[in-house]
Design a binder for this molecule. Structure first.
Ligand SMILES: Nc1ncnc2c1ncn2[C@@H]1O[C@H](COP(=O)(O)OP(=O)(O)OP(=O)(O)O)[C@@H](O)[C@H]1O
Length: 630
């Protein structure tokens, strides 16, 4: 392993320890105490055996022997009970740590800068952490194996180290051929004998580790497939597509292929682990026998009693066992920390966006004015300018429709307005002050937005509308009324308490695409924000229904500033102001009559192209034809 790699690994370990310390530090204490208790149990056994043999060979009194036996029984009992208790405490702490980590990750996902959330690199890191740690047992494995064996090693080093020094310094009768037994060479020999299998096992596990690192991406890919298959088949809405398109056979085949791949990888990894472990175990038993012989030499020259051979050799055997366990755990730990550190980066690497600190002035008159100043924008890690150098002012109480072809930058314009992204060039102001200076979450309270891909949750209708656990019932009813769905909700089994979808409640109901859009619009009205933005949430509605909702919404939001985005040109015509986007630029700004009066230009082209379709269609009713007349 190169210096750089081991530095990188040390950094990963520190990150993971820091993560545990930040989230649930008591886990570290219980792990240490548990390691302490289990490490002492074999030491106690060796001490007892050794000293009993010594007592017997020295002909000690029987009551002295009895006392020792009683002491041994009591100490063994206490150590076993406390190690059981501490293991339970450590396991509980480790489960709590897992839960708290999940909570932190969820909180982070909900509060992280949106630009980072949409960033593919960030998503990949998060997925790697989630999928990779599942495979390795995650933080639980780190605590159970790596951390516990590290603490065990600490204890063993101290106890066996003291024993080793005391053994090496014990001097016996000098025998001309064996003077080295009384010299420091004895210590060197013992250390050499212990270190030999340790060094070989480190090399073997290092190889195993390298193989695991190489398989890292394969593991993540297999996990991703497994999770995807699991979610896809478990999602009842997918059931329709599989049945109607006879996709079951294809799906089962894909699951089977993935399983075969995963089993092959599993066997490959297990096979390697088995051969490494076999070699290490063989070396360990040979070295243990050797240790008894070498320590026995001290008894042979009369430096220690016969029973002490068991005691000292046992202590050294224990050191060897703990060392081997430690290096094995470290080899597993190296893989685990590689995954877990992604969580650390995900949780603690802060977003580059400025969150701002300036409070937003609360105004009853809603006198808020937003202005774009020479704004250009490209998405992070892309080179395409999605918005190009435009300036515009949204005046208080204005009704603005934004129109333009697909991909012309309308939604991106709204995302900048919502401060989900920052302009790449130029800036936006609220009442003359740069938006970046305002506290972002306070600023976002000024906006109620419904995007094309709005989401409803598996909560009640009232909770979906209010995004609150204690909704204002009257306001919910009014919001549903404005969105044109109060009647349908009234017919649902529990009215506004009816849960949407069956994900969390088997009595939950499915709503149609159009009904879902209306509930999302009700949510925007409920928020009572001075800026309301509907970014084409009405694609599932027919043009007349969309027009009616926009019109009613428009009348009821009173003095608020509203921005409507729609591909239905009929819905734009009632706005005082129409902004036309084309290839990331604002190309026209006016009202319906003035823009149509030009008899040319982007707005005229878009409107007449659609009007032609509706006014010439035999299926269009009179109302629809009127909407598209010009
Ligand atoms: N998160 C993103 N990362 C990179 N590029 C993006 C991202 N979101 C949108 N784009 C690109 O930005 C351009 C403008 O997209 P935008 O969604 O703003 O257009 P739009 O006018 O709202 O389109 P539509 O009418 O289809 O909704 C498109 O080329 C799109 O591919």
């Amino acid at each position: 392993m190169s210096q750089e790699q081991s530095n990188g690994l040390a950094e990963k370990y520190l990150k993971v320890i820091h993560l545990v310390w930040e989230i649930h530090p008591i886990t570290l204490l219980y792990s240490f105490l548990y390691a302490l208790s289990i490490t002492f149990i074999p030491y106690l056994d060796f001490w007892f055996l050794g000293s009993i043999v010594n007592d017997l060979t020295e002909g000690s009194q029987s009551n002295q022997l009895l006392l020792k036996v009683i002491l041994f029984v009591i100490l063994t009992y206490l150590l076993n009970v406390s190690s059981h208790y501490l293991q339970k405490k450590r396991d509980d702490a480790q489960s709590q740590l897992g839960m708290l980590l999940d909570e932190q990750v969820t909180k982070r996902l909900l509060t992280i800068d949106y630009a980072n959330l949409e960033d593919p690199k960030m998503r990949e890191n998060y997925q790697k952490a989630a999928e990779g740690t599942n495979y390795n047992g995650g933080i639980a494995s780190f605590i159970n194996q790596t951390l516990t064996s590290s603490f065990q090693l600490l204890v063993a080093l101290v106890v066996s180290g003291v024993a080793l020094v005391s053994l090496s310094t014990a001097k016996g009768r000098i025998m001309t051929s064996m003077t080295w037994v009384n010299s420091w060479w004895f210590l060197v020999l013992i250390l050499g004998v212990i270190m030999l299998p340790v060094i070989i096992s480190v090399c073997l596990f290092k190889q195993a580790n390298l193989a695991k690192f190489e398989q890292f991406n394969e593991i993540v890919e297999i996990n991703r497939e497994f999770t995807y298959f699991h979610h896809t088949v478990g999602h009842y809405q997918n059931g329709m597509t599989f049945r109607l398109y006879q996709g079951t056979k294809m799906f089962l085949k894909k699951v089977n292929q993935s399983n075969i791949k995963s089993m092959a990888l599993f066997y490959k990894m297990e096979g390697k682990d088995f051969s490494y472990t076999g070699t290490v175990l063989f070396l360990a038993s040979t070295v243990t026998a050797l240790l008894y012989v070498i320590v026995g030499l001290k008894a042979f020259v009369g430096a220690i009693a016969i029973g002490s051979v068991i005691l000292y050799a046992g202590y050294l055997q224990q050191l060897l066992a703990v060392l081997l366990d430690f290096f094995k755990a470290i080899s597993v730990g190296n893989t685990i920390v590689t995954y877990i550190q992604y969580y650390y980066d995900f949780l603690y690497d802060d977003a580059p966006l400025k969150r701002g600190t300036l409070p937003v002035e609360k105004r009853d008159d809603n006198e808020y004015e937003l202005e774009f100043h020479d704004v250009s924008f490209k998405y992070p890690r892309t080179s395409l300018w999605v918005l190009k150098d435009f300036s515009l002012r949204l005046k208080v109480g204005e009704r603005v429709s934004v129109v333009g072809r697909n991909g012309s930058g309308k939604t991106t314009f709204i995302k900048l307005l919502c401060r989900l992204y920052e302009p790449t060039k130029g800036y936006i102001t609220l009442n003359g002050i740069d938006l970046a200076k305002y506290d972002r979450s306070e600023y976002q309270r000024l906006l109620a937005v419904v995007f094309q891909d709005f989401k409803l949750f598996s909560f009640s209708v009232a909770e979906n509308v209010s995004t609150n656990l204690s909704p204002d019932d009257q306001r919910v009813e009014k919001a549903l009324e404005i969105a044109g769905i109060r009647e349908q909700v009234g017919l649902m089994p529990q009215g506004t308490d009816t849960v949407l979808t069956k994900h969390l409640d088997e009595r939950g109901i499915e709503v149609s695409g159009g009904e879902a859009q209306k509930i999302a619009i009700a949510r925007a009205w409920y928020k009572d924000a001075p800026f309301v933005i509907l970014d084409e949430p009405t694609s599932a509605l027919d043009p007349v229904a969309e027009y009616d909702i926009y019109k009613r919404f428009d009348e009821l939001i009173e003095d608020k500033t509203a921005i409507y985005i729609s591909h239905r040109m009929s819905s734009a015509r009632f706005s005082q102001r129409i902004i036309v986007f084309d290839e990331g630029r604002v190309v026209q700004d006016g009202n319906h009559d003035s823009l149509m009066g030009l008899k040319s230009g982007k707005y005229y082209e878009l409107f007449t192209a659609q009007a032609k379709y509706y006014t010439e269609s035999h299926n269009s009713d009179d109302h629809l034809k009127r909407l598209f007349s010009y």
